[in-house]
Write a protein that binds this ligand. Structure first.
Ligand SMILES: NC(=O)c1ccc[n+]([C@@H]2O[C@H](COP(=O)([O-])OP(=O)(O)OC[C@H]3O[C@@H](n4cnc5c(N)ncnc54)[C@H](OP(=O)(O)O)[C@@H]3O)[C@@H](O)[C@H]2O)c1
Length: 247
């Protein structure tokens, strides 16, 4: 499979790129730090059974939506056909920081919602033009209910989740497979310094689950799976309960 990954410089994206490379898939990596992307590409190459997983890298910034089209064009030119476009890139900050820094809040809302959606629009257009393919995007369980610790980040992820659901309904018959990944708490640079709740997972632990979802075209995948049941409970909590608890 040929896969394009946006966000492979760290965390879940890097783990996923390594897992794809280890099973012999070919990769084109996108991100805003070209040097770090090249390091990730070299790391993927050594993990590949054939010794060469990376087909190239290109700059792409979710805060510069105009960077999506040329980056994806470069990926398509290098890959020929792209079977999957994977987006793990996103920005996180605590609710307290976002409440006291309006500019950071603006950037987070832009990167995690409109920037990601506009990138996905460019990707799905190219996938449809070649007859289909998979668009796998990391949203979050934070988007399932409005909650005190993630009011702004959760709102961006809720919007993203709804967009991906609509995309699935609109283009499934034309061969687009949309995979929405909903991680719980992952031990990555995004959560550095935050207290780890129960069911915390490492990115390498969840990578095989995401690969399986991509291979099967599973529309929604909770990683780790226990979060499906946790969120079932959270979704059913009455408003007055959520108002009282800090969760
Ligand atoms: N970690 C968690 O507990 C958790 C929980 C739920 C959902 N998620 C979601 O899972 C996904 C992966 O998270 P993670 O923990 O792996 O995050 P991470 O370790 O912080 O990595 C974030 C990635 O996003 C890239 N990125 C950030 N801003 C960008 C921008 N403007 N343009 C392009 N790339 C940008 C970073 O690139 P640079 O190296 O250039 O900064 C990095 O590669 C995210 O969508 C996140 O919201 C994470």
């Amino acid at each position: 499979m040929n896969a394009v990954v946006l966000g492979a410089t760290r965390g879940a994206g890097r783990a996923l790129a390594r897992a794809l490379a280890a099973r012999g898939d070919r990769l084109f990596l996108l991100g805003r730090d070209l040097e770090e992307l090249r390091r990730s590409a070299a790391d993927c190459d050594v993990r590949s059974p054939g010794g060469a997983a990376a087909l190239g890298v290109a700059g792409c910034d979710l805060l510069a939506p105009e960077s999506a089209a040329p980056a994806l064009d470069a990926a398509w030119a290098a890959c020929g056909r792209v079977d999957a476009v994977v987006v793990t890139a996103a920005l996180f900050a605590t609710q307290e920081r976002l409440e006291s820094d309006r500019e950071l809040a603006r950037r987070l809302l832009e990167a995690d919602f409109s920037g990601t959606v506009l990138f996905c629009e460019e990707a799905r257009q190219r996938l449809l033009a070649q007859g289909g393919g998979t668009l796998c995007v990391f949203s979050s369980v934070a988007g399932e209910r409005g909650r005190k610790p993630v009011v702004l980040y959760g709102a961006a992820k809720a919007g993203l989740t709804r967009y991906l659901e609509g995309l699935d309904h609109r283009f499934h018959a034309r061969g687009l497979r949309v995979v929405t990944v909903k991680p719980g708490f992952l031990r990555t640079s995004m959560t550095d310094g935050l207290p780890a709740p129960p069911f915390t997972a490492d990115p390498d632990e969840i990578a095989p689950l995401v690969l399986r979802a991509i291979d099967r075209g599973t529309p929604v995948v909770y990683v780790t799976p226990v979060w499906r049941w946790v969120m079932l409970v959270v979704r059913s909590l009455p408003r007055f309960v959520l108002r009282r608890v800090g969760f």
